[in-house]
Design a protein around this ligand. Sequence first.
Ligand code: KIV
Ligand code: NA
Length: 263
Amino acid sequence: MPTIRDLAAAKAGGRKIVMVTAYDASAARLLAGTEVDCLLVGDSAMMVVHGQRDTLGATVELMAMHTRAVVRGAPGKLIVTDFPFLAARKGIAPALDAAAELLRAGAHAVKIEGVRGHANVIRHLIESGIPVMGHLGLQPQSVHTLGGYTVQGRDPVEAQRLHEDAAELQALGVFALVLECVPQKLARNVTAELQIPTIGIGAGAGCDGQVLVWHDLLGLNPDFKPKFVRPFADGATVLREGINRFVTAVRAGKFPTNKESFS
Ligand code: KIV
Ligand code: NA
């Protein structure tokens, strides 16, 4: 069984970590047959699956539902599930309930945005045997404070704060740290200062690993083209062409054939 120790071993061995988001069993089954190290049931589900403008609509129940689907599709993979909006901010007992629901759904670990004001919650979860992945830089659950999905840590005060928060998360015992949308030099420096692996998205090549959202990685959402996304397949074209071949075949009376019909 894959464990969080595999990620530490990857950093120690200088091997890059690869994480991909997953939200359903069919995508998870595909990922199960790849060498991807870790699946993230991200609250980005709210945007890429549910069509909302931000991640704030995610609930523990919804994240647990997506987690159960992903676990069924990829029972052999390491699975991390996002703590949804405010789940880490209501104190220790509600956070334990949330973690219990997500781990009972099959997640091996949870990912929590930020640290200031909920370090005690993160510490208590970790002391309770729940592995926690940190998430600094752009924290999409704070989009309304940030005023948009923008690069974080550009000014020296923000950069210093990122260094401090990363060190604090490591001291609390998080097993890995996502760095989202920060200048590559900052991400590289933070990575060098930490023993735990960093996993970047929009954070340059200096991180110990990279994560991409399923739809972005596969070009399923070609209208969304931030600087840090590279579509590694033209999924939208492949799928649209397949659908159009179906339409054409049906209209031409070429689907289904006798072979595809019951006698
Ligand atoms: O929800 C998500 O997909 C994430 C990744 C972008 C790190 O948190
Ligand atoms: Na997320």
